[in-house]
Design a protein around this ligand. Sequence first.
Ligand code: BES
Ligand code: ZN
Length: 651
Amino acid sequence: MSRRLVSALLATVALSATLAACSQNLAGPAMPPLPISATAPIDYVRDIHSYARPEIARVRHVDLDLIADFAARTLSGTAALDVTAELGANQLVLDTRNLDIRAVRDEKGPLPFALGAVDPILGQPLTVTFPAFAAGETRKIFIDYATRPDAAALQWLTPAQTAGGELPFLFSQGQAILTRTWVPTQDSPGIRQTYSAEITVPENLKAVMSAEMLTPNGVAAGQGQRSYRFRMTNPVPPYLIALAVGDLAFAGTDPRTGIWTEPSGLDAAKAEFAEVGEMVTAAEALYGPYRWGRYDLLILPPSFPFGGMENPRLTFATPTVVAGDKSLVSLVAHELAHSWSGNLVTNATWADFWLNEGFTVYFENRIMEAVYGADRATQERALGWESLQDTLASLPAADTRLKIDLAGRDPDDGLTDIAYEKGAAFLRTIERIVGRERFDVWLKGYFERNAFRPMTTELFLADIRANLVNGDAALERQLQMDAWIYRPGLPSNAQAPVADAFTPVDAAARAFFVDKGPASANPWAGWATQERQRFLAWRPADLAAGADWLTPAQLADLETTLRMRSEGNAEVLFAWLQIAVAHRYQPAVPTLERFLTGMGRRKFVLPLFTSLWAEGDWGRPIATRIYAQARPGYHPVTTGSVDAVVGRPAG
Ligand code: BES
Ligand code: ZN
């Protein structure tokens, strides 16, 4: 079930509206071609989603000094940037979007600056002019600024939107190109920066970041405020700079791992993620040392728009993964795996996104196998494969290439199962052909050789050819790497995961869906979440668009026998609600309404609103009514996508 629906939806929804608008601005001034080779590692590559000109002047370190004002919904203060530049350079170009830039200065005084034209996706270049750089010089440039209340990276939650109900909450989401809505810097994944921060918040709240906490309890900052200081000494792509502020409590799970969440959710989260330390150890045994010090999880309020976000040292996660039975912990394995694939070796541009997510889905499954066993891992692979088939059938062929063309498009358009599941299927194919042992040696080496570097698809190919294929022409032909990457669909060497992982489930599904047996006949109670997902994902092979595959009696049987009205597992509930909406099954509407107003994870929210919308005179009034109620609780990432389907509610 995972990303399949979001895949197709985001692709059609997000891009078309913005395509024309941003293509002109993307061209930019002529840029010298950059050397890309495996032997001379790149410092940066041209990124069409950033205005930065790092070959002239480049940000090396960001030091934030910000005050969080919950009444005004702004972060305001200063970003002090350490900048290095070519001899004679006198300009620095930064990315901003929707920022209120008050002044730019260096240690000697004010500097002239100009904001360029607004592009709806990219924002505005901020060009700072300064006296020419001397050779080898590093300079500090200070930007005094404030964010706007509708900054796309930030969500300011009212107390009512939190579990505790009494204190407000703030969190950021930087990936892919939203960091520029709260930090004026060069917002390109190829331009790694270290960072430090001092964040001042109301004294009854705590600030956490994707960085080492230098003042775990904060220090009094006067006027009812406390300041928290942080430092990230590994250079990171700016999309990994992350902040959350709220009524947060912590529980350790082992000496280097633990959970942050609102106090009322702490015990449940701690039990759910009891194996997180074991996961880190398993990951290290596979692909080398964990390089970030601590690994903690932050469980956010339900409006968090993603399942998880791999912010370094502190994965941000939706509370919908706290299922009570550890059935959705693969999300933690996934975000943890990004500590290597993504955070250590980083996609150089968003067109190379599959290098982050495909490698991570592969690695995630290896962690799951090591900690939870081969059966669970195989089932999860099979679900991913099934989801990939749906995505392949629904996307335009050009978008089923691993390396996709994002010219004039929002990087979100690449957020499909192609990057995730086709990417992982590619690596599994290589693993199968060369053998796991050889593959693991190569992959571990890949992380070591390229640590803290941006990676392009072409550099990846150069690395695997140099270090795994080694000129073996027969192996090269067998792998079909160019076809996997540059051609649509799946090459002939792709193989579905072991089919018998779900044999009994598929038999039960046939008995219910095809032979119209009673729902009570299937062993639902004995099934794990993955088996339930497989069952509910069943569709007739020849299902026509808009056609039903269940009778009203079957729907009622499913709903009552499987107790869907009280289902607590978000994945299972989502799968059921998709069926219910597609059949215009009215009795499920209260459950649907509760689900859609209770959390804001885009992967669930967007497909359900889209399916409602597709149900015309039945679904549209329901969608409009529920969205009016739910929208104020959603993060800008989610409303941005749903607005394009349902429209913005009046008022
Ligand atoms: N890095 C992604 C989330 C992301 C990608 C945010 C691109 C913005 C732009 C994260 O690692 C992820 O893939 N999350 C998944 C869950 C995962 C288990 C597949 C999600 O949020 O659904
Ligand atoms: Zn991911």
